[in-house]
Design a protein around this ligand. Structure first.
Ligand code: ADP
Length: 640
């Protein structure tokens, strides 16, 4: 071992790797390897050979390093894989020149196995690349969603914010936002909300999620959503972490939508109110006209002309009433405010009543009007009798209207009769003008009167079938039409009714003729500010044998009540000063024995609801039919 080798010995001992000593011409002078297996040939083989001789083309990488080393004098190094690619090993060769005065310069090449190091490095590089990618994505995500992240250390009192929060806050990144100046971004109300949430999170260890209004550094208002979760350490909240998102756009859209919804609701409410007022305004005089026509009709006239005039008067006003009812029903169906009001009813009697009303009309046209039903139909079903009557009225009315000769048949058929329910088929057929196929859908449209050449236009609003269809739907059913021009039409629908306990023997007076037995004697007070309506009601009651006292306002009514004991008070709802609601309440509080009947032209469900809430169950609608008034008084006086 020469001197040099001896000098290098401790260094070699410290290394696992290979050391080569080379001449400037890249000839190997010495080889040291602690682990000989690291050399692919015995060490002696290398001595005296040049790098290209030993390493072949692979040696070029060493030659370049040696050239660079000689030309610059600077240390050189290169990283290269094992010749044997299957080994997946990596080395680093470092070249250093050692000048000597006595002999030519020597080059020391230290070769180190860096496989493990390189793998670690590669992994690190891969990780940091991935991290960067995730960061970039997060950043873009945050940017697009206008969202930033924040973290607050409760011990260090340190607040960390991502750059997006600075952007949302429109503040310079140089001005650090900390816990003290952060709350400046909120007004008092929002600050309280935020601090409360934070305090709650701190004590309860729960996440929070708030929508707050933020005032940016440039004094602009923004809506933000701020959410946070507590991170625990040693059973204490150590850190809060969360997001802050700019939701101004979403919030503004939401507010706009709410505003639009409120406006739409307001318009709908206004429409209903207007309709209600209109209906009330029209019904009040109608009550007078219809009432007087009814009263006149109950008188005996010597002059036939007068009887005819009265009939016309009654017919026209009833027609007008029908139209108002149609419009109101349509509004209720369209605004989905209509609900079924089912009560135990005898279906056959109900239909029979409707049928009987049309007998005179059919007679005027020489038509045979027939009502057939099977005997299986249960005696008592839960039925919204008003709605079923409306449907039948519309269909039977049309059938007679559009038939010039032949017959109109009303048929009820039991389809299913089960323990708790019965399914009934309703069929109204005629031998009239019929409806061509292409118009079958059209006639159910609102305001649609079909102009049929074969027939002169009949009077009507064109609302009937539209309402009928809506009402049948209310019963979860569909109306079907089969029709042929000049042969006739059939409208049919099937309704499932719930069965109920059998009814008491018929309570209602079925007769439409005005041969009312006198009512039992009782004390009655009528209160109405409209003189004609006061007259109509009192005269009609006079026909029933009742002599009522009259008051044209609530205050006079109270005077009456103080003087005498009344069994029943008939109260108009809309009166100037003290209205019907107040008077009714006064009577309930001071004269609990006295029964109150509300006499109103207001048909809104809301009114019914309010009266029900007050415990008022008797309502007489204006305009009223004599038999309706009679029936109601029988009910109020509990006369069976
Ligand atoms: P209207 O108030 O005009 O009777 P409807 O909605 O009840 O309104 O009916 C719409 C149209 O359908 C009528 O104008 C008529 O042309 C047609 N129509 C309804 N029922 C019959 C029927 N039984 N026979 C022939 N045409 C009918």
């Amino acid at each position: 071992m020469d001197n040099n080798a001896r000098n290098l010995q401790p260094l070699i001992e410290a290394l696992d790797d290979v050391i080569l000593e080379l001449t400037e011409l890249a000839v190997i002078k010495q080889v040291w390897a602690k682990d000989k297996t690291k050399l692919f040939l015995p060490p002696e083989f290398f001595i005296g050979k040049s790098i290209p001789e030993v390493f072949g083309e692979f040696g070029n990488i060493f030659i370049k390093c040696i050239d660079d080393l000689l030309s610059t004098g600077e240390r050189q190094q290169c990283v290269y894989p094992d010749f044997d690619k299957s080994k997946h090993l990596w080395y680093c060769a470092k070249f250093q020149k050692i000048d000597s005065l006595e002999e030519e310069a020597r080059i020391i090449c230290i070769i180190e196995d860096i496989t493990a190091k390189k793998e670690l490095n590669d992994q690190l590089e891969k990780n940091s690349l991935e991290l960067k990618r995730i960061n970039d994505l997060l950043e873009i995500g945050h940017e697009i969603s206008k969202m930033g992240g924040w973290e607050y250390d409760t011990i260090e009192k340190e607040l960390f914010l991502t750059k997006q929060i600075y952007e949302i806050n429109e503040s310079d990144e140089d001005i650090v936002i900390n816990c003290n100046n952060m709350t400046e971004s909120f007004d008092k109300e929002n600050k309280v909300k935020l601090l409360k949430a934070l305090r709650n999170t701190l004590s309860e260890n729960i996440a929070f999620d708030l929508e707050l209004e933020l005032i940016t550094a440039k004094r602009n208002k923004k809506w933000v959503r701020i959410s946070g979760v507590p991170i625990m350490k040693n059973q204490k909240v150590r850190i809060f972490r969360g997001i802050l998102k700019d939701i101004t756009e979403i919030k503004n859209n939401q507010l706009e939508l709410i505003e639009a919804k409120n406006l739409a609701e307001q318009v709908a409410r206004k429409r209903t109110e207007t309709l209600s007022i209109m209906s009330h305004e029209i019904r009040t005089p109608l009550n007078a006209i219809i009432g007087i026509s009814n009263l006149l009709d109950q008188a005996t006239f010597s002059n036939n002309d007068i009887k005819e005039y009265v009939d016309h008067l009654r017919y026209s006003s009833n027609h007008l009433l029908h139209l108002i009812n149609d419009i109101l029903d349509l509004e209720k169906i369209e605004s989905k405010k209509m609900e079924l009001n089912e009560i135990p009813t005898n279906l056959v009697s109900l239909v029979n009543n409707v049928y009987k009303q049309f007998v005179p009309f059919a007679k005027t046209k020489n038509l045979s009007l027939n009502f057939h039903h099977d005997h299986q139909i249960p005696k008592s079903l839960l039925i919204d009798d008003l709605r079923i009557s409306r449907i039948l009225n519309n269909l039977i009315g049309n059938a007679i209207k559009f038939t010039e000769k032949g017959e109109v048949n009303i048929i009820l058929k039991t389809i299913v009769d089960q323990h708790q329910q019965a399914s009934i088929l309703f069929k109204i057929s005629d031998t009239g003008i019929g409806i061509p196929e292409h118009l079958h859908n059209l006639i159910f449209d609102k305001f649609h009167q079909v102009n049929q050449d074969s027939h002169r236009q009949q009077e009507g609003s064109g609302l009937g079938l539209n309402i009928t269809k809506g009402l049948v739907r209310l019963f979860d059913s569909e109306i079907r039409l089969t029709s042929k021009p000049n042969v006739g039409s059939t409208f049919e629908f099937k309704i499932d009714f719930k069965k109920c306990l059998p009814l008491q023997p018929e309570q209602k007076i079925e007769s439409l003729e005005f041969d009312f037995p006198p009512l039992p004697d009782f004390k009655l007070l009528i209160v109405d500010d409209n003189a004609t309506n006061l007259l109509v009601a009192s005269r009609q009651l006079y026909q029933f044998g009742i002599n009522a006292d009259k008051a044209d306002n609530a205050y006079t009514a109270i005077e009456y009540l103080k003087k005498e004991r009344f069994d029943v008070v008939l109260v108009d709802l809309h009166m100037p000063g003290m209205d019907g609601y107040q008077l009714a309440k006064y009577i309930q509080d001071n004269y609990p024995e006295t029964k109150v009947i509300i006499f109103t032209a207001d048909v809104l469900e809301e009114v019914r609801f309010r009266l029900k809430e007050m415990g008022i169950q008797y309502i007489l609608s204006k305009p009223f039919k004599p038999e309706e008034m009679f029936d109601l008084f029988l009910e109020v006086l509990e006369v069976k």
